[in-house]
Each structure stands twice: as structure tokens, then as C-alpha cells.
Design a protein around this ligand. Sequence first.
Ligand SMILES: C=C(O[C@@H]1C=C(C(=O)O)C=C[C@H]1O)C(=O)O
Length: 388
Amino acid sequence: MPHASADLLAAYTPGAALIATPERTLLGQGVLEAADDPAHVPAMLDAVQASGRAPDPVAMGAIPFAPGAPARLVVPAALRTAGPAADAPAPPEGERRPLPGPWRAEAVPEPETHRKAVAEVLAALGGGAGTPLDKVVLARCLRMTGPGPVDAGQVLRNLAWRDPSGFTFAVDLPPRGVPGPRTFVGASPELLLSKRGGTVVSNPLAGSRPRSADPTKDQQNAVELLASAKDRREHALVVDAVADGLRPYCTGVEAPAEPELVRTATMWHLSTRVTGTLADRRTPSVELAAALHPTPAVCGTPTGAARAAIAEVEPFDRGFYTGAVGYTRADGDGEWAVAIRCADIAGDTLDLFAGGGIVDGSDPAEELAETSAKLRTLLLALGVNQRL
Ligand SMILES: C=C(O[C@@H]1C=C(C(=O)O)C=C[C@H]1O)C(=O)O
């Protein structure tokens, strides 16, 4: 009897790994093997399969933003799978429980400092003599501290119920000095890479406007985004990089010329579905995801210079934010989401992150407002209905 997605969400407890995608829901419990380097995952899966410990093993987990920083990818001892969360009936109202407050919010950096940092990056993009920078994605962090240990399972379930069509996840992370489990939780709308057989798909998002509770304003925001030359340029940089990243592995890569609009509960985005046909259908999805990461949707263009700008300007370590979260099977098939709209939970704190792409024509105040809108995905899952 197949499991229902809602049962797996209900069964999740910290220490386990739950990944719900538009295709399926996976709950991994216990650890057979673990790898801290994505390049070691295919051999790890082969070894587990060859030893007979799991007939159809899966590796699941997270890859950090920084190159060379340790990833957390595990082959669970027990794996339960179900259909997508979007197929599950909406949960009873009483089960969408806000987390107990009160909450203390600490912004790193202060919002005004972020606005100034955007202005500095803009100046470096535009006028600077010989600067090669076209786009930099700048992020900020919001540390929320509650009255007691944060219930990561409830955050996960609240996220899944609000936005069941994206990639909702909770994966166990190596401890960061706080007693108890550390969990990376999020609801990302962005597919970094999926592979099934000989077909790969990536669905970059870039170019954003907040949703509005007023339906007229909401439509205006969407129409304005689709018509914005600045956002289309920002978007095209990402689509080109993704197509270029897939080409060495593919006999053909296709992307429509025009972006589409997609929406989450809190944001509008420009979206392009890029598809490719693999030259070797055994190419592991984790290798393809690592090859695309980080796309200019979360880092910038060119990658190296944008990464250096981020390291200079952002006053915190991104950790797993803007990395990748997903799973891969021994035959290489798998799905990897861009790790955004997420929080790093340990003890009584959650570190929330949100960023946005800065290109020529960006406006610092609008960029700050965009990060506030993106933070709402996690804040609403806590039950905090405030712009921070
Ligand atoms: C960086 C984030 O989002 C990314 C940046 C976007 C943008 O700049 O328009 C849009 C979607 C994401 O690719 C985030 O949510 O923190």
C-alpha cells in the first residue's frame, strides 16, 4: 500500500530527511552511509547497492553555497516514498499551527545597511573602470529567536500546506555548536535540475515582484514584471548560464525565447524551463546539479567576480542557503532544488535568508522590499504576519 504524502509529512521528525517535489515525496530515516562531497555520491550509491543493504538506494540532502564546504548527503537506512504533496487533501485548519511566540528578530545586516550595500554594488556594476560584473545576488539574514526549541517538523508542515506545488524540505545538518538537531527547512519554487532517463530539466527563476492581497495590485505587479526590461535582462543571464552549463553533457538543449510568470504564495517570478537530452543517460543528477551550481539566480555573472563581491559585502556565512537540496537514485535519476526560501534551525533560533539579483537599473529600496517579501515564506510558516 503506497504511503500518502501527508502521512510522510506527519511522520517526519528532526534527524530524518523529508523532500517533497512536484513528482514525489521522500522520507528518509536513519543513516546507512553519508558523503560530504557530491562527487562521492555515485560511488557511495553503487557500493550500497552492491552490498545488498538497499536494493534501490537513494542519497538525499543538501549542498552548501561555498565551493568545497562540506555537503550533507545521506543514504537513509529506511526510505518511504509517496506521491507529490500537491495531491494530498488540504489538512484540517487546526493542523496549520503557528509556532509559539513571542519572537525576537535580529536583522543581519540592518535593513538600511542592506539598502546601502545594494547601492554600492550598483555603483560597482555601472561605472567602475574595467569591472566585469553584470549581476550580483545580495542576500540578508534574519535571526528569529523563540521562547524554546523550534519545532522544525511543524515549520515543514506549515510550509508544505501553504505551497504544496514546489520543493518543500527538511534535512538534517551537521551541528553548529547548539545542542540538539540542526535542520535546514524550506519551500523553494526553483528547480535547479531534474534528470529522468535521458532527459534533464532546469527551471531558473529570476526577476521578482511581491504578491499583493489586493487582486488588482497583484495583477499589476505581475504585468509590470513581465514587461520589465531590467528583469528580463536579469533573467536572461541565468537562462544563458544554465543552457551553457548543460550543453557539455547534452546532445541538444532547448529553451523558449520568452519567459513565463510563475507565482508562489508570496512572490511573482519570471521563469524559463530549459530542457536537454543527455549524451550519456547514466550521467548522475548530482553531478549535473553540481555543474550548474551556483547559477546567476543566486550568485551572479560572472560567477567568480560575483562570488568575491558577495564575500566582501555580506556580513554572514550563507551556509546551505543558495546551495541545493535534493535526491538522486543509483541510476542517476533525481531532482535538485535551489535552496532558497529557507531557514537553518538549531535550538530556539531560525536563521532566515533572502536575496535578490542586482543589475544595472535595480533600485536599492525595491531590492530591500523584495528581500522582505521573500522572507515572508518562512515568517508566515512561523505564524509571524509582519514585514521584517
Ligand atoms: C535569492 C533568492 O531568490 C532568487 C532570486 C530571484 C531574483 O533576484 O529575482 C528570484 C528567484 C530566485 O532565483 C532568494 O529567494 O533568496
